[in-house]
Design a protein around this ligand. Structure first.
Ligand code: CO8
Length: 258
């Protein structure tokens, strides 16, 4: 069990919760926070007692971006040699479902981190944006790509070129956010959703995530072929037998692979 400085971790049943914790900087994502978050996600991802992960911030900020003070003096060669932000790619490689529970600011890297998760649940106080252009840079943790895939070119261009923020309603209408809840219910809702997922057959939930993710990487024909192979393979699992038997027998399933 790690001791972390910039995040807090805990487990509630089969759900792991990672709380970003740099209150002095609105959870700005510095290198330590990145390393600690990725370490925590990777270890929960491997832990058989964990079925889903929630990442959240504070009431005021999920994260107000990459740490501007840390980046400000860097040269282009520093950034290239350190491969700045590359560790975040490991978070996107996690195989278990990750829920971002977002209240307050999710700007720049904060918005990008939320988008790298699988389900984005927003408090009605959430504000999303890619304001990097105002700092003389562009998004650097996938924002120009994931935002465009999530909300389409029109809004992605608008946000990346003007740096304006959008509120939770606009983000939900645009397809960035799965659900909006009152701020005081944010964590409870995220835990409930994560708990539901963690109660499913684990390999099935992981395959569902893998199949949806594949749609970003490939053509429709290949994606459907991939889905179909996973679907067929599941008929070799005890959990398919149990899930379908439970339906027929009008009872709740008890999945073996949890
Ligand atoms: N980095 C460092 N410190 C920050 C950041 C940040 N992103 N955001 C806030 N802080 C600090 C403030 O400096 C302040 O510290 P202090 O009290 O020591 O001055 C403290 O957090 C509280 O912030 P504010 O006083 O500004 O709080 P307000 O409520 O007045 O304002 C805002 C909140 C509007 C969120 C404001 O803090 C803000 O605009 N923050 C910056 C948002 C931003 O531009 N984010 C994008 C950052 S760049 C990025 O994420 C990706 C860069 C990609 C680079 C690619 C490289 C490969």
């Amino acid at each position: 069990n790690h001791e972390f400085e910039t995040i807090r971790v805990r487990q509630e049943g089969r759900v792991a919760v990672i709380t970003l914790h740099r209150p002095e900087a609105l959870n700005a994502l510095n290198q330590m926070l990145m390393q600690e978050t990725v370490t925590a996600v990777t270890s929960f991802d491997r832990d058989p007692e964990v079925g889903a992960i929630v990442i959240t911030g504070s009431e005021k900020a999920f994260a107000a971006g990459a740490d501007i003070k840390e980046m400000a003096p860097k040269t282009s060669v520093d950034m290239y040699l350190d491969d700045w932000f590359a560790a975040w790619d490991r978070l996107a490689q996690a195989r278990k479902p990750i829920i971002a529970a977002v209240a307050g600011y999710a700007l720049g890297g904060g918005c990008e981190l939320a988008m790298a998760c699988d389900i984005l649940i927003a408090a009605d106080t959430a504000k999303f944006g890619q304001p990097e252009i105002k700092l003389g840079v562009i998004p650097g943790i996938g924002g120009s790509q994931r935002l465009t895939r999530a909300v389409g070119k029109a809004k992605a261009m608008d946000l990346c070129l003007t740096g304006r923020t959008m509120d939770a309603d606009e983000a939900e209408r645009a397809g960035l956010v799965a659900r909006i809840v009152p701020a005081e219910e944010l964590l409870a809702t995220a835990l409930t959703v994560a708990g539901q997922i963690a109660g499913m057959s684990m390999p099935v939930a992981m395959m569902a995530k893998e199949a949806v993710d594949r749609s970003y990487e490939t053509t429709l024909t290949e994606g459907i072929r991939f889905e179909r192979r996973l679907f067929h393979s599941l008929f070799a699992s005890q959990d398919q037998k149990e899930g379908m038997a439970a339906f027929v027998e009008k009872r709740s399933p008890t999945f073996v692979h949890r």
